[in-house]
Design a protein around this ligand. Structure first.
Ligand SMILES: [Zn+2]
Length: 413
């Protein structure tokens, strides 16, 4: 793919700078009621739909929920694969009026965004990888939106090259753009039936080489505590206080298995919410683990804590309802080893060193994996996501784009 380096660099930079200026901040509260959570996400989606048509893609699905899927017809026999990115940016930092700063020929010094904010290469040590190259930052007042407009720009750049060149052999390719990833609700209305892809890749990771194929097994539990209310004058031996029941339940959760006490491969119990009155109280708890047996152990533990509280509060009732949220994508990826083997080949051909990362969370890719389409997550090249100190280097975007082009070829082999 080296023959395309120069053209990729121009195209991906031009697209990236244009996309980040389009305001697409999503809203975590509104996302519970509607998709997309903010109308402004259509501004980028409409642009992408138009650009797909301009580069010659005519097989396009686009709906009122903000899902945009374009299909490039193959020029040889191969299984359909997809590439996915999200158009929204996180609400953690302002995302309106983004003014990307292009630092050409980066000299290794501290980058001053404004008087009070700087990016220090002693802290952001990856900057040293890009001496003499072009680095893009914010002006210090907003986030940059490389998460995930770098992914969007990389996919669109690869698509435009595939459409304009006969040199690259490929099967059918689906380009998938989604809203509201940052709200956690991005896949709730995903039109899975539209997809033909047998495997997908999200372009939504961070630093160059990052490759994510493992996430949590995630469950959520709702606990309901029922007490017995008696006037305090005659409460002795009769009152069963749901507030006390709920608080004793929460105190049973092992503190050394909380998110604040764990990292790496350790799972946890995470108490999210407690509320109630004498009569009824409720608690919401999240369970997280990388291991299928361990997550079941945690589910069982919630039931045994409930039995212990009932025993300690005669007459009181504890109801436990546990729901699966998402599963570790590794399980499905291991059943389809070609999906990861091909990424590894694609990295190698783009001279990218893979850094496998386990995600202490889930992604849109893990949701898609659960729907039956194995979807690991590939780097975009961005750093310091969701912050005013977000930055990205152009060579990393070029490499990510090359990984996409390599992948489409490798899937035909
Ligand atoms: Zn993202």
């Amino acid at each position: 793919m080296n023959r395309f380096d120069k053209v990729i660099e121009e195209l991906v930079l031009e697209r990236f700078l244009r996309y980040v200026k389009i305001w697409t901040t999503s809203d975590r509260i509104l996302a519970r009621e509607k998709t997309p959570s903010t109308e402004r996400q259509f501004d980028l989606l409409n642009t992408l739909e138009k650009e797909m048509r301009e580069i010659g893609i005519s097989d396009i699905f686009y709906n009122e929920k903000g899902y945009l899927i374009g299909r490039i017809p193959g020029n040889t026999k191969a299984e359909t694969i997809g590439f996915m990115a999200h158009v929204d940016t996180a609400s953690d930092a302002p995302g309106k009026d983004v003014k990307p700063q292009v630092h050409k020929n980066y000299d290794g010094s501290v980058i001053e965004l404004n008087k009070s904010l700087m990016i220090d290469p002693d802290e952001d040590t990856d900057l040293s990888l890009y001496l003499g190259k072009t680095v893009i930052t914010t002006d210090g007042t907003t986030l940059l939106g490389a998460d995930d407009k770098a992914g969007v720009a990389e996919i669109m750049t690869a698509a435009s090259i595939i459409m304009s060149s006969d040199e690259i052999k490929h099967g059918d390719i689906e380009l998938i753009f989604t809203p509201d990833e940052e709200t956690g609700c991005g896949m709730d209305n995903f039109p899975k039936e539209i997809l033909h892809a047998r495997a997908c890749y999200t372009m939504d990771g961070g630093r160059e080489g990052e490759l994510e194929d493992e996430c949590y097994y995630a469950y959520g539990a709702d606990l309901l505590f029922e007490g017995i209310v008696i006037h305090p004058g005659s409460a002795r031996g009769k009152l069963v206080n749901a507030v006390t029941m709920a608080s004793s339940y929460v105190s049973m959760l092992p503190r050394n298995e909380s998110p604040e006490a764990t990292d790496g491969r350790y799972g946890n119990f995470w108490a999210q919410n407690i509320s109630g009155t004498l009569e009824r109280a409720s608690v919401h708890i999240l369970l997280r683990s990388f291991d299928a047996d361990d997550i079941q152990r945690r589910v069982k533990a919630l039931h045994s804590f409930a039995a212990a509280v009932e025993a300690a509060f005669p007459g009181g009732k504890v109801y436990v309802e546990v729901k699966k949220q998402y599963v570790n994508m590794k399980e499905k990826l291991d059943q389809n080893p070609r999906v990861m083997a091909n990424v590894e080949k694609a990295f190698e051909r783009a001279a990218v060193e893979p850094h496998k990362v386990i995600i202490r969370g889930g992604t849109d890719g893990s949701r898609l994996t659960e729907m039956g389409i194995p979807t690991p997550n590939i780097f975009t090249g961005g750093h310091n996501f969701h912050s005013r100190k977000e930055w990205i280097a152009v060579p990393a975007m070029v490499k990510a784009t090359k990984v996409i082009l390599n992948l489409v070829e490798i899937w035909t082999e």
